[in-house]
Structure formats: C-alpha cells, structure tokens
Design a protein around this ligand. Sequence first.
Ligand code: NG1
Ligand code: MG
Length: 517
Amino acid sequence: STPTLEIDAILDAAPYVPVISSLSSVYSASALPAQERRWASLVESFKNLYPAEDLTFIARSPGRVNLIGEHIDYSLFDVLPMAITQDVLIAVHVGGTDGKLVLNNTDPHFVSRTFNVADLKDLEIDATVHEWSNYFLAGVKGLFSLLPSAEIPSMHCLIDGRIPTGAGLSSSSAFVCASLLAIATAVKAASPYSTTFANAVTKSDLVQSAIVSERHVGVNSGGMDQSASVFGVPGHALRVQFYPQLKASPVAFQSDDFAFVIANTLVVADKHVTGPIHYNLRVVETTVAAEILAKQCGLGPLPIRDGFGGTLRGVVEAFKARGVDMTGVMDKVKQVFSKQEGYTLAETAELLGQTELEITQKYMTRFPVRFERFQFRARALHVLDEARRVERFCELLTHAPADQCGEDAEEKYLQDLASIMTASHKSCRALFDCSCEELDELVGLAVANGAYGSRLTGAGWGGATVSLVRKDKADEFVQCLKEEYYSKRYPGISQDKMNDAICITEPGLGSAVVVGS
Ligand code: NG1
Ligand code: MG
C-alpha cells in the first residue's frame, strides 16, 4: 500500500480551509461534549460583550505536538508534527460603521485593544514589547502580504485560547493562523461580490503568509507550527516538507494500540525573553554553520531562506549533487568545525571571509542574539542526525506490516519508534542544548513508568514532553506522572491544573471556519 499517495489526494481535494457548521466535524467524539460547552459559553460571552452585534463566524486554529524533527524546520528538513485538540477560537462580528478593530480576550489578563482599521495597513509591530494583540496584528500583516489592496472591514472579536503558552505546543502560531484566517474571512464576508480573493486563498497561502508574518513578533521561526495548525488531518501525523517547496502529507498510523501523551513541565519557555540566547541564537548558529560549510568546501552560494541565509539542507543537497551522502556530510562538519569549544565572532569572520560587522548586520540585527562562542559543530550534527531520524521514523510508521504483526512484532515496532524519539531527546539535550532539568526529569520518569520512549517537543528550554505509550496503559501512565512529577515538584497542585498539564492526545483537524447552525 502507498499511504502517502492516497493522502496527498485528500489534501489536493481540499486545498481551502473548510467552512463547517457542525462541531462534530471539528472535534473527536471524546472531546466533543466539553468543546460544545466551551463554544456555547464563548457565544454567550460574545453576546454579553457586544449586545448590538451578531456573531458572523468563529475562526479556529489548533496547536500542535511535534513527534520528531526538532529545530530542523528552519534548516528546511522535514518534520513530523500533528495538530492537537487544544486550539484558539476567534469569534467575529463583521461590519458596522465604526471603522474599528476591537479585540477582547476571554482571559482577563489580556486587556481589550482597539485599532482604527484605516491605520492597519501601515501598522508596525513593536516586537520589543510583549503584547498579546501583536499576534493578531501579525495576522493583519499576513493578510496584506497576501492581498495588498484588501480593505479590512470593522471587526469585533472575542478570542478564546486553550493552548498553554510557552509549553512548546505552539500557542503563538495557532493564534497567528486563527487571526489571519479570521481577517481573511471577514474581508470576504464584507465584499461578497469580490471573487478576486478568498476563493483564491489556499491553505498553502495561509501557511506561507503566517510563517513570514509571525516573525514580526520577534522570533525568527521556522514553518512547522503554522503548517501543522492549518493542514492538520484527524487521525494522522503530518510529514511537512519545506524543500524544494512547502508540502504537508498526512501519515497514517499502522497500529491502534499506542497513544501519545503530552506532559507539560510547567516551566514556561518565553521566546520573547530568551530568544537572544536560545531560539534566535540557534537559528543564527545553524545558518552561519551552513554558510561556512559552503565556503570552506567550495559548494558555491547556497539558496537563501526567507531573506536570511543559507541552510544546512542547501549544504546537504549541494553535497548530494557531488555524490556525498549524509554520513559524508557529517564527516565534513567534524573536519571544518574541529574546535569542540566553539567559535568566537572573530574566528567566525575568518572562516566565512567576512568582517565581524558584516556578520552582525546580516544575521544579528533584525533578531538580536547574545553569545560567547557559536557552537557550529554540535548544532549542525544535531540537525543532520535529527533529519535522518525523521526519515527513519516516517519509514517505520508508513511501512509497518500491521496485518502480519504478531504481539512480538508489534512490540518491536513500538520499541523501534520509541528508540528514535529517545535518541532525539538525547541529541536535543547534549548537542542542541535546548532541554532543561525538568524536561530531562519528565523524560526519565516517563520511561521509568512504562513509556516506550519520550522526548521534549517544540522549542524546549521548558514546555512539554511527548511520550509514546500503549493505549491500554495510558491512563495508568498519566496517573503515575501526576504522582511522581507534578505532586512532587508542585506540592498542593490542583487536579484541574494537573489535568491541563498532562493529557492523552489524538491528532486533530487543522484550521476551520465555523458558521452558525
Ligand atoms: P514552539 O516554541 O514549540 O512553538 C518553535 C518554532 C518551530 C520549531 C520548533 C523547534 C515558532 C513559532 N516555532 O516552536 O518553528 O523550530 O520551535 O522544532 O517559533
Ligand atoms: Mg510558539
């Protein structure tokens, strides 16, 4: 069987974001009752907040969990995330004559914001301030990049986000994708006779524009999260490719007997605070490593990703054309970056044949970073090996002969998958240095309590782990972690808080617009 082909056809058949009138097409049967209550309460709050306006539609976009392929999307290697149930909802009234964009949030920490729609086109986002509405404004930026001549109508919005922030589950991208979708849908609703637009905006357009616009918020991010949020297919993981162009292919699981459990360390990883020493620095390290490899190995100029720099994928492709395989490329990395202790800016300038000022302006000005030494060797080795792990994991997932699986074969299948996840965590910790004590503890406890394998998911430095467990053992597993991790680290923690922190996930639907029924 060739699951990937079948699935591509599904995506081709539905290139546009679905418009849905029943929540049962959005959520699984087990998630539905709680979601119905939540949606009803959102509609109620909307009425109370805007008594004179009726609700036109609700845009939603989910978070994601990444199964394998960490910190390699911005090097343009394939990744394997899946959309989760937790999502961002934006309830919208379109129209009216006040010329305002009004943003309210069901979470009282996020105070109401109002903008003049006439000002939106020239609006600049101040990425130095941490302001919740910036993510909506990133969606505005995205809309104008898709449709430069669009006119945004008056909009009254109420936002309800259920993805924990800083948990590595991509609350930020879900918010940007939902915002962009809400604005695009509002523009369409306000000008129903204009056929030039919305019918022509595909999921790919949404994703591509959300990726670029999220960078206005100050993080030099890759494209995994927006892809998972928009393209999510129930019951499937998504293999997201960025090279040679963006493509998402749903991958079916060949066994019903396992589940993924997400466990949040409850250590908040805030990229806006730590970007200069964590995320944005890693993007610089991997980008400059690629440029140095190209220069030192005479590969010629690399294709530039999003106006930023060359990529390790570009290096691998250039070597491939010269008959050098991945193992060969890893050997080159070790030769070129022989200094285990890392490289100062002066040493980097020498290797690259550029001045320190040039390097600073090119790579460290729009997204500032702080560092002592660049760790080109360790970062590049993680990226290349992780790219191989994604290949291997996808191969296993798609080709496991489910029918011939006896107990033993199935056990081995799960162990093989899990060992790849565990190797990924080790590499994130030791080579990419994006783990933390709490993540390592949770991963250790997961394996000690019956998980086949476990790893950090998302950017790391806090946030969540994902563990592969037997479905029939999943509840027991969750209970063990509640006792061993949450109750010990956070004495007195409430059941509600624990239930939010740890859950069994199912791969869910991506972005959708829901209209009243
Ligand atoms: P988180 O921090 O988990 O939302 C980030 C990036 C991804 C990817 C992962 C690491 C954003 C929006 N997302 O995800 O593109 O690079 O880290 O694999 O910054
Ligand atoms: Mg994020």
